[in-house]
Write a protein that binds this ligand. Structure first.
Ligand code: CTP
Length: 409
């Protein structure tokens, strides 16, 4: 991760079958330049052995407090960590952490850690839904820990339901976002947010379309960071190749008209809306229900276009809920007579939104080649510079600014 190349992360591994997926998570962490110490429980080592953790982390691995006692390892590890991630967090580990028990190196480290702590639970559905676990999770969250919602799906046996370990990519994204923010507190709890992502496609015929190259990554980062901060999230994804993130509602759309309908319906009771998608501005005036064939005389068809609705403008004008905060994105190059910021200010006023994240995409400018650098302009005249950094970092700054505005109302 470009933000924090040598930050220290403790990966606590609980004794569940999903421990093997934590090896994948560990690789994500080390590939991102993080300095990772793995602290498995004794039962975790029954699933995945110590050599795997040592080889993948490049660090010695201890599980009890009796090795290197002179270094007081649980205090040293806890004190120096920038983040602790527990994956899989079993029902037993959550219970011990909630009650402050400390009978091995991991649980002792959890008591000495002052940094953010993220738990990625994995257990059978009955255990996750048991009132004891529900209470333990609530206790941990009330103390500022981030307990990720488990994924729903096939569990170890034939059973299905909530309790699967979230995908290692999802856990890694949440971990990076938490590191970038320096806090695991769920400060968006109680808020409902809607984020659009990806690029819309306008069909010409059943096999061709007009579209754009938007990958959807910034929108997905916004949705994931909001969910990690406790918001109830709906992600409206237009043609993105990215897999559905866990812990949120994902609606898939194709065209700009479908995106607009979904955004308007979802915005009705939303506290904040972010238009990170790239909607196609034009669509073919008519779309053929048959594949358009080449003409024998070598002529090419003329395609008439018509303008698509401006979703951001409509959402800003017709707020679904009083006090709702509406955020847009703009990629600008500047032109002969106006700077990027002037164009950004003009677009903010034209769209009528509360915040506009302006990316500079031209040559020779301060932000050249840094697609995640932005200046966030506020309708109140404010301007927030977000220097080059990860997409999670820009997402977190945007949520900070959204939260400020919600609290102000
Ligand atoms: N947007 C939208 N509906 C559209 C086009 C854009 O809601 N039909 C939103 C985008 O999601 C983004 C913002 O408007 O949040 C700005 O997008 P941009 O393409 O820069 O705006 P345009 O209005 O298309 O401006 P330009 O004329 O500069 O292309």
């Amino acid at each position: 991760m470009s933000d924090s190349p040598a930050r220290r992360v403790i990966l606590g591994v609980g004794g569940g079958i999903a421990a093997y997926k934590a090896a994948e998570l560990l690789r994500r962490f080390t590939e991102s330049g993080l300095d990772v110490r793995v602290v498995p429980t004794a039962s975790a080592l029954k699933f995945v052995g110590e050599p795997t953790w040592a080889a993948l982390s490049g660090q010695p691995v201890h599980t009890d407090v009796w090795s290197d006692v002179h270094e007081v390892p649980h205090v040293r590890l806890g004190r120096h960590a920038d983040l602790v991630v527990v994956a899989p967090a079993t029902a037993d580990l959550l219970a011990k952490a909630a009650h402050g028990q400390a009978d091995d190196l991991l649980t002792s480290t959890l008591l000495t850690a002052t940094c953010p702590v993220v738990y990625a639970p994995a257990m059978h559905t009955e255990m996750w839904l048991h009132p004891a676990t529900v209470d333990n999770v609530a206790t941990l969250r009330s103390r500022g820990a981030l307990v990720i919602e488990p994924a729903v799906g096939r569990l170890t046996g034939a059973d299905t339901g909530p309790g699967r370990l979230p995908d290692p990519d999802d856990i890694a994204a949440i971990a990076f976002a938490t590191l970038a923010r320096g806090s695991a507190a769920a400060d968006l709890t109680g808020l409902r947010v809607v984020v659009s992502a990806g690029g819309t496609r306008e069909p010409l015929d059943p096999v061709r379309f007009l579209g754009n190259r938007s990958s959807g990554r910034q929108g997905y980062a916004l949705a994931r960071t909001a969910a990690a901060r406790g918001a109830t999230v709906t992600l409206v994804a237009a043609n993105s190749q990215l897999p559905d993130p866990t812990g949120m509602t994902v609606l898939r759309v194709g065209t700009t008209a479908e995106l607009r309908d979904a955004m308007i319906a979802e915005s009705r009771d939303a506290d904040a809306i972010v238009m990170a998608a790239a909607p196609a501005d034009f669509r073919p005036a008519s779309s053929s229900s048959y594949k358009i064939k080449k003409a024998d005389d070598g002529s090419a068809p003329t395609i008439a276009l018509e303008q698509n609705p401006d979703i951001l403008k409509q959402l800003s004008a017709e707020r679904g809920k009083p006090g709702q905060v509406v955020v847009g994105f703009a990629a600008e190059t500047g032109d002969a007579s106006r700077t990027v910021l002037e164009l950004g200010r003009a677009k903010l006023a034209r769209k009528g939104c509360d915040l506009l994240a302006v990316n500079y995409v031209g040559e020779g400018g301060a932000f050249e080649g840094t697609e995640n650098a932005a200046i966030v302009l506020g309708a109140d005249g404010s301007s927030t510079d977000v220097p080059r950094g990860s997409k999670e970092r820009l997402a977190n700054v945007l949520w900070d600014l959204v939260l400020e505005r919600i609290k102000r109302d």
